[in-house]
Design a protein around this ligand. Structure first.
Ligand code: CMP
Length: 138
């Protein structure tokens, strides 16, 4: 099992100035930051990042939204990182997210849900490699 996961703080959350509060929650939950950047995806980049969802009805909306404003991309390290991070962020739909989770506190809807977290070790590696070279990880 890998000890890293990948996250993005999404444009809804950066736009509401939740970036600092969300990073604080992540660090206080025991994750350390291996790599991090503040950036903005083009539509092409957002489309490529979410290519696995290309056939889903919400793909167009997802690509528009994820390229609509700045994001924070980060690789996080912790034992059991993928599963523990998904627990910390809560269900994809904030209406179903548990009390105390990041999405419960900061997310507005299933589309604008404040944060992304990798769903497997394999995807964590692919997603981290999408944003970061080896030289950007410490
Ligand atoms: P994320 O974990 O970043 O991975 C895929 C994203 O698709 C997901 O978070 C949601 O933000 C988004 N998504 C999933 N279901 C829907 C939906 N029904 N409508 C809009 N966006 C969705």
């Amino acid at each position: 099992m890998s000890n890293t996961t990948f996250t993005m703080i999404k444009p809804d959350a950066t736009g509401k100035s939740y970036t600092g509060a969300i990073l604080d929650r992540i660090v206080k939950a025991g994750f350390s930051i291996k790599a991090m950047k503040w950036t903005k995806l083009t539509k092409e980049q957002a489309g490529a990042f979410y290519a696995v969802h290309k056939e889903r009805p919400f793909y167009g909306e997802l690509v528009e939204f994820m390229s609509s404003g700045p994001i924070v991309a980060a690789i996080l390290e912790k034992e059991n990182a993928v599963a523990d991070f998904r627990k910390l962020i809560g269900a994809t739909n904030p209406a179903q997210a548990d009390e105390g989770t990041i999405r419960k506190e900061f997310a507005a809807s299933v589309g604008e849900n404040a944060v992304h977290g990798s769903d497997s070790d394999e995807n964590a590696a692919i997603e981290g490699n999408f944003f970061f070279s080896e030289l950007e990880r410490f």
